[in-house]
Structure formats: C-alpha cells, structure tokens
Write a protein that binds this ligand. Structure first.
Ligand code: BES
Ligand code: MN
Ligand code: ZN
Length: 487
C-alpha cells in the first residue's frame, strides 16, 4: 500500500503522538543540547551520536521519546534525500512517522530540502515485491512532514512525491525480467503512462517499423521471437513552446549479446538494458506538470537482443533510418544500432537539442565506476547545462571526450560504418563517436548510464536493482529550458 505523505504545520506536531507513531527530529552537530533538550548526553556519547548526517538515535528527551536524526552542521538540501531514506527505513515497523527535520532551514534551502526529504522517504522504503510470495514492505501508512513555509512547502512535498513516483516507475520497469517486460509489454506500459499524464503517444508495431525503415532496430530484433516496438511520446505546450527537446532512450528489454553472445555472468543484469527508455518514460510522465512550457518528444526503440535461428550474423550490413549502412562486427554492440534509427527520427523533427540515455557500454563503468554517468557532446553549451542540472539534482555525471583520432576506427571496408572501434581501448568513446554520426549538427548530449542505472549493493536511497537515475536531471533541465547559445 502506498504511504500517504502529508504536510503538517509546525503547530500541528502532535505533542503526545499516538502509539505507533515515531517522531523524528533533527539534531545538528554541536547542538545536541539545544536541539534535543533533556537528552542524556552521556547516553548520546555512549551511542556515538554526535548529530552527524544520517546518524540516528532513539532517546528520551524533554518532548518525549524521539528518533534523533543527525543533520550535520550545515547540511546541503540534497543530503535530506539520504536522511529521508534512513529515517523511513528506521520507521518501517511503525504505523506512522512524523518527520520534523527541516525546521532549522529557510527559504529556497528549505524548499529544496523538503523535496529531497520526501523523495528519500519514498525511495528509502522501495522494494521490488512483484515476484515475492510475501513482499517485505514498510508498515508505515502515514508520514507527516513538519515544516514552515505554507504553500511553497506544500508544493515541495507534492513535487517530491511526483518525482519519487516517477523514479519508482523506472525502478519497477528496470527490475521487471526481460521475459515479462517484452517490447510489447513496455509499449503497453508507455500507453498507460501517456494516458495518465496527458501525453500524445504513437506506437509502431513490426510492420510499421519496417515501413519506417528502422533497419538498426529490425537487425537487432532479428534473432528474437518477440516483436519490436517503437514508441514516440510528445508533450505539446499550450502556448508558444519555449523550445523543443528530443529525448531518446535505449530500450533493450534483454541483452543476451546476440550471436556475439555474452558470458553467463555478463548477462546477469541485462534485463536492465532498457533503463534508458524507462528513464525517458519516467521523465516524460512529469513533463506536463513540472516542465510544461517546452515541447518534449521521446523516441524509444524497443527490442531484446537474442540468438534465434535467423539472428543478425556477424558481418551483416544494416541500413539505418537515415540511409547510413552499418557493418555489424559485434552483435553485442546493439544499443548504438537501435539508437541510430531513433536519433535519425529525432533529427527529422528538427529539435533544438537531443539528449539520449543508454546503458551503452561496459567501458564507461571501467572509466567512471558504477555511480557516475558519462556525458559526451557535440555542443559544449548543452553539455554544461546537463552537467549543471545533474549537479542540482544530486546525480553524478562526468564529461568524456570524443577524440577525433578514434573516429577512423569506425570506418568499414564494406559499409559506411562498422559498429565497433578498431582497438580494445576507449570503448565508451567509440560508442559516442558512432552515435554522433546520426545527429547531424543538432546540439546533442548522450548519457551513458550503464553504471548508475542500477545499483549492485544498496546505498543511501538506492535499493539493489533499478535506481531511477537521471529522471531528476532531465526534469530539472527541461523545467529551466531556454534557447541554447550558438555552439
Ligand atoms: N548493454 C551493454 C552494455 C552494458 C554492459 C551495460 C555492462 C551495463 C553493464 C551493451 O549492449 C554492450 O554489450 N556493449 C558492449 C560493446 C562492445 C561489444 C563494443 C560492451 O560494453 O562490452
Ligand atoms: Mn550488448
Ligand atoms: Zn546492451
């Protein structure tokens, strides 16, 4: 059952909370006596509680029994996301939680902290329970967030709930096995989301994909018993749009590698290979409410990458939507093949900018680790905007170059391009260079989210499995959208 999160004014804080209600209260580092009067300092000392970020202690205070929550000396608003997660986890055996945690903050800091806190409260208790006979779930049915700030605070709570709900959608999609979340099932889910959010949607089935000449998508799909789909979603602003942005997401519902088959362990996480498409869908679900003034179009190519009897052979040549021919020398470099078509379609619609998201390469994880996305570009101004939005969103992204000398490694003897580079190094960059061939001179930023799209061991507000990474960055970027400067 979803937890109801409401906002209480400070005055509404229950003086004597009902049984089963845990009251969580912020304690700043170095202010134990001020923030929790009556706290036995010797006990706090013994428990090692100093008010550092995310330290928790249940203790008696003058106000009664409290969950004391360390918030550090001068916490930045983003740390309330992990604070919220820790508090919600600690309160999971309670009926209700009162979260009185942002009282020491003011203005924009407080609003940002409330939004992050609410996200943390929701994301911290996320469990993927679909396939469990007895899903472990929180007992909490109500969370009261205590904060000053009237309508602004209330709006921050609402935004926090909306964004976290979209991230939960992404997590659920990423965690659903490839045998169940087929391209067709993904498209059905996209249709549901579009209807609910008020987005236009167009779904191409296999015949329509053939007609549209999406040769990359068809080539990757060739070894599968599951039909591909191509989903296009559009948000059209009511007045004159402030600009138009295309979002493209890799939707490989399971990546076995094709004939260039992966190893058994290499396949373990490959149900998550549609995280780019899921992230774009999650962000799109928020656009009408949170970024209404910009026209946003999503392009989602959906297929799995299997080894059926007529699978694409190594050496086969595919013709992408824009006419470029591609010699497939490794069928496991399939993300770029379906993105080639999707990027071509995006370019035809002449957007001001294209952002693509993909679990594109293992190499980016080698380069940046599991928590950081790689950011490339053909337009430094757009790249900087994306990096700034990521920073504001508390999502780790880092720039990678597109070195020109690697481009010739993509030259093919028989076609216009080959789908892998010449040597063993710089795999994330060759993938970026390959995609660049399909965007023309439209400002473009590809995000390789192969690392952070899923979490291999839980940390902060992230449970093992799908993370919902980059939803916040995209929404922040779109909400603040304005005309790009010339490159
Ligand atoms: N989906 C994978 C990339 C990936 C690997 C994502 C590990 C998450 C974790 C992608 O389709 C792939 O297989 N890429 C190959 C490219 C290579 C064949 C040029 C890779 O990274 O090994
Ligand atoms: Mn692959
Ligand atoms: Zn893949």
């Amino acid at each position: 059952m979803p937890v109801a999160i409401t906002l209480d004014h400070l005055a509404a804080l229950p003086v004597d909370p009902a049984e089963g209600t845990l009251v969580a209260q912020a304690v700043r580092a170095g202010r134990l006596a001020d923030d929790a009067p009556g706290l036995d300092e010797a006990l706090a000392d013994l428990a090692g509680f100093e008010g550092k970020v995310n330290q928790l202690l249940v203790a008696a205070t003058d106000a009664g029994t409290r969950l004391l929550v360390g918030v550090g000396e001068d916490p930045d608003p983003a740390s309330f996301r992990k604070i919220g997660a820790a508090v919600a986890k600690r309160a999971a055996t309670q009926d209700a939680l009162v979260a009185d945690l942002v009282g020491h903050l003011d203005g924009a800091e407080r609003t940002a902290a409330i939004e992050a806190l609410v996200q943390g409260l929701i994301l911290g208790t996320y469990r993927f329970g679909t396939y469990k006979a007895a899903p472990e779930s929180t007992k909490l049915t109500a969370i009261h967030v205590v904060a000053k700030g009237g309508a602004r605070a209330a709006a921050a709570v609402d935004r926090g709930i909306a964004v976290a709900t979209a991230m939960v959608l992404v997590r659920d999609l990423v965690n659903t096995p490839g045998g169940d979340l087929t391209p067709k099932a993904f498209a059905a889910e996209a249709t549901r989301v579009a209807t609910e959010a008020g987005l236009e949607i167009e779904v191409l089935d296999k015949a329509a994909i053939r007609k549209a000449k999406l040769g990359g998508l068809l080539g990757v799909n060739r070894g599968s018993a599951q039909e591909p789909r191509f989903v296009k979603l559009t948000h059209r602003p009511e007045g004159k749009p402030r600009g138009s942005v295309a979002l493209v997401g890799k939707g490989v519902t399971f990546d076995a590698g094709g004939l260039s088959i992966k190893t058994a362990t290499g396949m373990e996480w490959m149900k998550t290979d549609m995280a780019g498409a899921a992230t774009v869908l999650g962000a799109m679900s928020l656009v009408p409410a949170l970024a209404p003034k910009v026209q946003v179009t999503a392009y989602l190519p959906l297929t799995d990458n299997m080894l059926g009897p007529d699978a694409t052979r190594v050496g086969d040549v595919l013709t992408a939507r824009n006419g470029t021919t591609i010699e497939v020398l490794n069928t496991d470099a399939e993300g770029r093949l379906i993105l080639a078509d999707a990027l071509s379609l995006a370019v035809e619609d002449e957007p001001d900018a294209i952002i693509d998201l993909a679990t594109l390469t293992g190499a980016v994880i080698v380069a940046l680790g599991e928590r950081t996305a790689g950011v490339m570009t053909n337009h430094d101004g757009l790249k900087q905007r994306v990096l700034d939005a990521a920073d504001d969103a508390g999502e780790a992204m880092w720039p990678l170059p597109l070195p020109e000398h690697l481009r010739k490694g993509l030259d093919s003897e028989v076609a216009d391009l080959r789908n892998i580079g010449a040597g063993p190094y710089g795999g994330a960059l060759t993938a970026g260079l390959f995609l660049r061939e399909f965007v023309g001179d439209v400002p473009w930023v590809p995000l390789d989210i192969a690392g952070p799209a899923d979490t291999t061991a839980a940390w902060d507000e992230n449970a093992r499995g799908g993370a919902g990474f980059a939803v916040r960055t995209l929404v922040g970027l779109l909400a603040a959208w304005s005309k790009l400067p010339a490159a």
